[in-house]
Design a protein around this ligand. Structure first.
Ligand code: GLY
Ligand code: MN
Ligand code: MN
Length: 453
């Protein structure tokens, strides 16, 4: 009797485990989207491509440092929502006329389970786990070792295969180089083509689920910026400002920073991607704070520039208002059809023209020379999300607007960076809760740390 009850309990628990897995409630990426979202992306790519698509996840060996936490390859994650190492996916189009092809059209390949490693790393998925197709949302899940044979069979039907081809600037780096070579060996007679442009074009237009994750990353990053405004004072070290901001992100559920935090006081604020953060903030400095968290895989990217002592000097304020004016001019141009780069109506040109026609340096030169970077990039799974930056904007795209002026000889850097959603009629500033004007910033700073959490 008792034994029967225990057996029933175990059966119920096992069923519950499968049901939870199928509902995507087990830990598989933090704040993952439903399987249907990834399935829809795969189906779109599969039906729009003339050959099988193979994408490899990271193996977990890409970064050997002691602090490395496994981080999934972003294109692979975009198509799978799958967050464990050593996986690959294969999408198989319908066969050309006159050929038949049975079997699944999308396969997730997983490495075998390794009980010894699981003692250290915790339970992992295996290709033979009960309920693994329901959990992952793929039509089929197979051992990784089957991939090569499956490709060989498909090569008899399809002349072209697609993968992420190593971009020129990344030749020599391990992940894509290794897998490109592996594919060339496995498919010696086939054409291997680049799927990156198609995937980039998809990734540039965000779904409602992606927008929700981006907004969450932004909201936590705004909280962190507000906290920094209230705590800022001369004497703090740049790393101390970043430390508090990271705490706000992580306490709110961010997995990590979306990029290496930039907190640069005085001259340090003129170094665009300053990352050592070892300077002490002095009275009279401006402090460039470019810090954003990553939530559910999605990045926020926000910059504010603060006066260390709570009050901009007249010169700092002059430069600040020029950057703000350039940002407002570029923002006003954001709408479907506008371009970030290329041509006189591009956001880049608008921001540059504004900066170059307002204010002067000490020698009387115009200020365009002190604005050396781009005004915008797409934002998503990557902080610099991939894709064609000359492509006309479309509703659902998320871009930054981030002009700056950096005058090293005046130890003066100012950048203002906001994240913007392109809407059917124009734009919505996703970072609008974080004040941008000098007056508003000085007012929040005057509240002091008592206003901070
Ligand atoms: N935080 C990097 C950038 O603004 O592009
Ligand atoms: Mn940016
Ligand atoms: Mn930034």
């Amino acid at each position: 009797m008792r034994r029967a009850a225990i057996c029933r309990l175990f059966r119920h628990l096992a069923l519950l485990a499968v049901a939870l897995a199928a509902a995507g409630l087990t830990a598989q990426g933090r704040f993952r989207q439903p399987n249907s979202e990834y399935q829809a992306r795969r189906e779109r790519l599969r039906t729009e491509t003339s050959g099988p698509v193979v994408i490899f996840g990271y193996t977990g060996h890409e970064d050997a440092s002691a602090v490395a936490v496994f981080y999934q390859e972003p294109y692979f994650y975009y198509l799978s929502g799958y967050d464990e190492p050593g996986a690959a996916l294969l999408l198989i189009p319908n066969p050309p006329a006159g050929k038949t092809l049975e079997g699944p059209r999308e396969i997730l390949y997983l490495p075998p389970r390794d009980p010894a490693e699981e003692k250290w790393e915790g339970p992992k998925d295996g290709p033979d786990d009960p309920g693994i197709t329901e959990k992952t949302g793929f039509q089929a899940v197979e051992p990784f070792a089957n991939l090569r044979g499956d490709l060989t069979r498909l090569a008899k039907i399809f002349p072209n295969f697609y993968t992420l081809v190593v971009p020129k600037q990344e030749e020599g780096y391990p992940h894509l180089t290794i897998w490109n070579e592996w594919l060339r060996a496995a498919l010696a007679q086939s054409n291997i083509k680049d799927i990156t442009p198609s995937l980039d074009a998809m990734r540039q237009v965000k779904s409602p689920g992606e927008l929700a994750l981006i907004q969450k990353a932004i909201d936590l990053s705004i909280d962190a910026h507000l906290d920094a405004m209230r705590r800022m004072r001369p004497g703090l070290y740049e790393y101390q400002v970043a430390a508090r901001m990271k705490e706000v992100h992580e306490f709110g559920g961010c997995e990590r920073e979306a990029y290496s935090p930039i907190v640069g006081a005085g001259f340090d604020g003129t170094i665009l991607h300053y990352s050592s953060l070892d300077g002490q903030i002095r009275d009279g400095d401006t402090v460039v704070i470019d810090v954003g968290g990553e939530y559910g895989g999605y990045a926020a990217d926000i910059t504010r520039t603060l006066p260390a002592n709570g009050h901009f000097t007249a010169r700092q304020r002059e430069i600040y208002d020029i950057v703000l004016g350039a940002q407002n001019a570029a923002l006003a141009a954001v709408k479907p059809g506008a371009v970030l780069y290329g041509g006189k109506n591009s956001l880049q040109q608008i921001a540059y023209d504004y900066i170059n026609s307002h204010g002067r340096d000490r020698e009387g030169h115009t200020l365009g020379r002190y604005y050396p970077h781009g005004v915008s990039h797409h934002l998503g799974l990557d902080v610099h999300d991939p894709g064609d930056r000359m492509r006309p904007l479309e509703p659902g795209m998320v871009v930054t607007v981030e002009p700056g002026i950096y005058i090293p000889e005046e130890n003066l850097g100012v950048r203002i960076e906001d994240d913007v959603l392109v809407t059917p009629t124009g734009y919505r500033v996703l970072t609008a809760r974080l004040p941008r004007t000098a007056e508003e910033i000085e007012k929040i700073m005057a509240e002091g740390p008592s206003g901070a959490k």
